[in-house]
Ligand binder design. Structure first.
Ligand code: ADP
Ligand code: ADP
Length: 233
């Protein structure tokens, strides 16, 4: 199956206050359909407010879709939530871990939450994959911004999902750190992980992604190999 298959996805947020009749909330996704092929780095590009986070939050199970379907690695996000969830790792924009745990502890706790048996956990290996092996036992609060972001990536990979989704991985990040995160994304992809990232930087999508979908006002307006898209522009 495709890594992700999205069909006729619609999200209409309920209107604030809920007093307006049905159908009057904000239409954040308007009949979106596309596949993310296995194995590549797929970019979901669009300006702020386009609907990128909404789409990711639906895949993550944090937001309920209004209609349409989504499958992750062939598993329907509603009908087979368990397998769908096991197939995806999500790196959110915000730093989400307890600053008074160490990176090793953060990964062990996450592994426990995902039901990864102790013997099957690879916390140290993961830390070395994200170049944090030497920080395994430091308080997470003492890590630099770049290190925190790399820890978030390791955290998303704890259950060894085939698909890794990063929501605006380099928003508000300086040039040097951006290059470092791009390199890490490429390393993970070369080890076989299908990567999906959202971004509003065309340059980021062009450099990293082999395929780019463009979303604007909740509608998919392009979905092409990067090379073709760049030739068009
Ligand atoms: P992006 O991630 O591309 O910036 P979002 O998915 O966050 O876009 O937002 C898409 C649209 O949906 C925007 O118009 C935004 O204001 C609206 N929106 C997002 N979250 C909510 C919410 N919880 N309630 C109502 N409207 C929302
Ligand atoms: P920050 O940039 O946030 O201050 P560091 O980036 O200091 O955090 O990273 C610590 C070390 O890890 C650095 O020496 C850096 O070169 C190395 N490093 C980070 N990312 C990678 C990577 N993708 N490949 C190889 N080495 C890396």
């Amino acid at each position: 199956p495709p890594a992700i298959a999205i069909r006729n996805l619609v999200k209409r947020y309920a209107p604030a206050g809920g007093k307006n009749g049905p159908g009057e909330g904000k239409l954040a996704l308007n009949d979106v359909s596309f596949d993310v092929p296995q194995g590549g780095i797929f970019g979901l590009l669009g300006p702020n407010g386009a609907g990128k986070s909404t789409l990711i939050n639906i895949l993550a199970g944090l937001v309920n879709k209004t209609s349409g379907t989504a499958e992750i690695w062939g598993f329907d996000i509603d009908k087979d939530r368990r397998n769908a969830k096991a197939s995806i790792g999500i790196v959110p924009q915000e730093i989400v871990f307890d600053p008074f745990f160490t990176p090793f502890e953060v990964l062990e706790i996450q592994g426990g939450l995902y039901g990864v048996p102790k013997a099957a956990r690879r916390s140290l290996e993961l830390l070395s994959e994200v170049h944090l092996a030497d920080k395994a036992d430091a308080y997470a609060r003492t890590l630099s911004g770049g290190m925190k972001r790399r820890l978030l990536i390791a955290k998303a990979m704890v259950h060894s999902p085939p698909v890794l989704v990063l929501d605006e991985p380099t928003a508000g990040v300086d040039v040097e750190l951006r290059q470092q995160l791009w390199k890490l994304v490429e390393e993970l992809n070369s080890e076989g992980v299908t990567v999906v990232l959202t971004t509003h930087y065309l340059e980021e999508a062009e450099q990293l992604c082999d395929r780019i979908a463009i979303i604007n006002h909740g509608r998919l307006i392009a979905n092409k190999p990067t090379r073709e898209l760049v030739e068009m522009a």
